[in-house]
Design a protein around this ligand. Structure first.
Ligand code: NAD
Ligand code: ZN
Length: 238
């Protein structure tokens, strides 16, 4: 496969690689994304996912939020796929410096990645809104319709809902990592969710690789465009 050879060559020539990804990185682990045909936009819920996963909806329809969240976002049996694993390997070899992700599933860490910048938080951190007590994702899954703290407060997942601010610290570290990168691999993201999608503008080099199943609005910006499944593509890298 000629794409893979070109990608391999670019990786071989680089020593400060940053990966920036989204929901498409985890579809090969069985977690649905939003915008694919089998994605969450095409399922039978009363509201689109971005309405349900919004700050206002969380406050006004807490029970419905958790029904969707537990059924669709909490996929605790999912295992890292070849994309997560290869990125962890590249970090171990010292070539890859950071994974910047829009995902909240924790699969990069499960694969062994250390420097993971989680722009949208993680299902694995959950905090009581009243007393600040911390809970695991398993606690949330095991709870009743709405997870309550021992103090009676509602436990909120530390995920960035639509209408909420991203962490300045994570955003700044992501900008820094991408600006310093000699190679940026972008994959499994429709690049429509801002401000995360704007991060690729901070890359100034000439090795921007875009690996995505469907076309994106930024395809023209890529130095190497690979229309394919990211796990399959990265599994060909040595
Ligand atoms: P998106 O659903 O908007 O886009 C996913 C993109 O990935 C699509 O363009 C699709 O064609 C592509 N894709 C799907 N499977 C692929 C594969 N195997 N290989 C290559 N490309 C593939 O997702 P987004 O851009 O990340 O934005 C949606 C938001 O939803 C994000 O903010 C994210 O936090 C959240 N989300 C997270 C998860 C998760 O944590 N796993 C799952 C769903 C949604
Ligand atoms: Zn509490």
């Amino acid at each position: 496969m000629e794409y893979a050879e070109r990608l391999q060559q670019m990786i071989d020539e680089s020593e400060n690689i940053v990966f920036f990804g989204g929901a498409g990185v985890s579809t090969e682990s069985g977690i649905p994304d939003f915008r694919s045909v089998d994605g969450l936009y095409h399922t039978q819920y009363r509201f689109p996912p971005e309405t349900i996963l919004s700050h206002d909806f969380f406050l006004s329809h807490t029970q419905e939020f958790f029904a969707f969240y537990k059924a669709k976002m909490l996929q605790l049996g999912a295992r890292p796929n070849m994309a997560h694993k290869k990125l962890a390997e590249l970090e171990k070899e010292g070539k890859l410096k950071a994974v910047v992700t829009q995902n909240i599933d924790g699969l990069h860490q499960a694969a062994g990645s250390k420097n993971v910048l989680e722009l949208h938080g993680s299902v694995h951190r959950n905090t009581c809104m009243d007393c600040g007590k911390r809970y695991t994702a398993e606690d949330i899954l095991r709870s009743g319709e709405v997870p309550y703290c021992t103090c009676g407060g509602i436990i909120k997942p530390d995920v960035v809902l639509y209408g909420e601010m991203l962490s300045d610290d994570v955003m700044n570290r992501s900008v820094k990592a991408i600006a310093a990168a000699d190679m940026l691999i972008v994959g499994g993201t429709s690049l429509v969710v801002y401000p995360a999608a704007g991060l690729i503008e901070y890359y100034g080099g000439n090795k921007l690789v875009l690996i995505n199943k469907a076309p994106t609005g930024r395809d023209g910006r890529a130095d190497l465009l690979i229309p394919g499944k990211i796990g399959e593509v990265l599994s060909k890298i040595k």
